[in-house]
Design a protein around this ligand. Structure first.
Ligand code: GLP
Length: 242
């Protein structure tokens, strides 16, 4: 694992944007695995700036997002499709037909999961997968206890995830209880994994996930077994690591 220690969120975002920019520059038809949450927002802002400035070009790229809430339409303001439209896709020159997010309104769960796994395979696999880290060690929506060999699947969200995400909804009862997520198997197949972590509230889980034992109880710990992982964390997130 390659580790970049950034001074703060701003520097973490700059390093993340640099790595993703170089990926696009070196391989314009890259398949980018993308994430939602607060962590990647700074990275996305910089990618938008650089695309508008003509330094990077997404016209040949494709994107595959990690997850989506079950039950939310892509036009719902809390859906992950909407998040991506709003925070990235609408401001860069990516072809929307090449952007993929699970369909939150699919009526057949296993069919939707198979469709999503096929998209990943048909694209030739993910070149670089951007990840955030949940407070309980989840990646995507792979909650503690998830089997490592899973592809895309439907998950029941952990109580702690529902609580962490209620800040985006009018009321906790509005937070969807289920989501589609790429599985650990799909994530581990990415050729390069870029995980970004910021803030003192993530310090304990950073230490447990990357310096503790590999265990399904801490889904992100599996990344220790991948041969091309880059962790970018700020000083606060690394403050519990010796
Ligand atoms: C959510 C998402 C994850 C994300 C995580 C951390 O539940 N499904 O993909 O990485 O939470 O979010 P944040 O970056 O806001 O801390």
């Amino acid at each position: 694992m390659r580790i970049y220690k950034a001074k703060d969120y701003k520097e973490m975002s700059r390093i993340g944007a640099n790595i993703l920019s170089s990926q696009i520059i070196l391989k314009p038809q890259s398949v980018l695995g993308l994430a939602t949450g607060s962590t990647p927002l700074g990275i996305y802002e910089l990618l938008i700036e650089r695309c508008k400035g003509g330094d990077i070009d997404f016209s040949q790229a494709a994107s595959i997002n990690l997850d989506e809430y079950k039950g939310l339409d892509g036009s719902h303001s809390q859906s992950y499709r909407y998040f991506m439209q709003n925070n990235l896709f609408s401001s860069i020159n990516i072809n929307l037909e090449n952007t993929h997010v699970p369909n939150g309104l699919a009526d057949d769960d296993s069919k939707e999961c198979r469709r999503y796994d096929k998209i990943i395979d048909d694209c030739g696999g993910i070149d670089i997968q951007l990840l955030g880290l949940g407070h309980n060690g989840h990646i995507g929506f792979n909650e503690p206890g998830t089997d490592f060999p899973k592809g895309t699947h439907l998950v029941a969200l952990a109580e702690s995830t529902i609580k962490a995400n209620k800040r985006f909804f009018a009321d906790e009862k509005d937070v969807p209880r289920f989501a589609y997520t790429m599985g650990i198997k799909s994530i581990m197949k990415a050729r390069h994994i870029l995980i970004a972590v910021s803030g003192i509230d993530k310090a304990d889980i950073v230490k447990i996930a990357f310096w503790g034992p590999v265990s399904p109880e801490v889904p992100a710990s599996v990344l220790q077994l991948h041969n091309n992982v880059t962790l970018i964390a700020d000083e606060a997130a690394l403050s519990k690591v010796d």
